[in-house]
Design a protein around this ligand. Structure first.
Ligand SMILES: Cc1ncc(C[n+]2csc(CCOP(=O)(O)OP(=O)(O)O)c2C)c(N)n1
Ligand code: SF4
Length: 295
């Protein structure tokens, strides 16, 4: 979709206060640039008209991508991107729905949504930008920050054990589970395409450098500490091997951990078998009996 630029003042601002042209506001070296590129490439690889794709953004540095994409989208509250994403899919199951969310929003504030939507195999794709920090709010610990790490909010080091997103996703029946690295754009783009094309809950935990608030986990650090999984070995519906690699702490394993075919949530709702909810007329629905209950 081509976006029309409105009349601008001498500072490049529109009457609505928006600045044009719109450039990313991320810090130099931020992993979000690479993930942004991978999303654009990955969605271009999906065999679906652009207007049938919706991106739901959480709040965070990652979610600020809402300002730079020309897809239909919804910028939600922190930790709350997943329920509207599932609702959009149920309202119009002809749409492809991608969620852009940080590790804080997905595994912290939105952790219960994450766990429970997986159980229903809702047909949405989750891209969790995992920089191991709450970065928009200047670098507090997040659920994935390693034990002992000193951050702004943990001056004596993190006390908790880290949240294990891949193991949690495997345990809670996600039908596609992967971890990828922001530093490999072609691989990440291909995984995003695969996730969107997969029918059911597809989850991609993306290792994302944040050079400002997590300088130790740099692009170089990740390259030295990652091992690529052999995709074919993990396509079997037997989860035992996937769990084994998800639980290992010697290295960070990346690639496809698990994938299985099973009906998605909307495919099991009889009401949705014929057509989409949005295609139905509401002209003759009388809601006054329901409203009268509140009088
Ligand atoms: C319910 C709620 N809690 C906290 C905040 C404040 N807040 C906004 S963004 C943010 C951190 C975002 O971290 P993350 O989700 O990891 O995304 P990142 O900025 O790292 O991409 C926080 C704590 C909020 N807006 N709403
Ligand atoms: S604070 Fe970190 S995550 Fe946020 S834009 Fe800067 S480098 Fe990226």
């Amino acid at each position: 979709m081509t976006e029309q630029t409105p009349p601008l003042d001498k500072y490049g601002r529109s009457a609505a206060g928006l600045t044009y042209p719109k450039h990313p506001t991320w810090c130099p070296g931020c992993g979000n640039y690479a993930i942004w590129g991978a999303i654009k490439a990955g969605l271009a690889g999906v065999n679906c008209p652009k207007e049938k794709i919706v991106i739901v953004y959480d709040v965070g540095c990652s979610g600020n991508m809402a300002d730079f994409n020309s897809y239909y989208g919804l910028h939600t509250l922190h930790g709350r991107a997943l329920p509207p994403a599932a609702a959009i899919k149920l309202a119009n199951h002809e749409l492809k729905v991608l969620v852009v969310i940080g590790d804080g929003g997905c595994y912290g504030e939105g952790g219960t949504h994450f766990i429970n939507l997986m159980r229903g195999n809702h047909d949405i794709t989750i891209l969790a930008h995992n920089n191991h920090r709450y970065s928009l709010t200047t670098g507090q610990m997040s659920p994935t920050t390693d034990k002992g790490v000193k951050t702004k909010s943990t001056p004596e080091g993190v006390i908790e054990e880290p949240f294990n997103p891949v193991a949690i996703a495997l345990t809670n029946h996600a039908s596609m589970v992967a971890r990828e690295f922001a530093g490999d754009i072609p691989k990440l783009a291909a995984r995003i395409t695969e996730g969107i094309n997969h029918t059911g809950f597809s989850f991609i935990d993306v290792l994302q450098p944040c050079p400002v608030f997590n300088p130790n986990q740099s692009y170089e650090w990740y390259r030295a500490n990652m091992i690529k999984l052999d995709d074919e070995r993990h396509l079997a519906p037997d989860k035992t091997k996937a769990w084994e690699y998800a639980m290992r702490t010697d290295k960070l394993y990346i690639g496809l951990f698990f994938k299985e075919g099973k009906p998605a949530y909307h495919q099991q709702v009889s009401e949705l078998k014929e057509n989409t909810l949005v295609s139905r007329s509401i002209a003759n629905i009388d809601i006054s009996p329901f409203l009268s209950e509140f009088e």
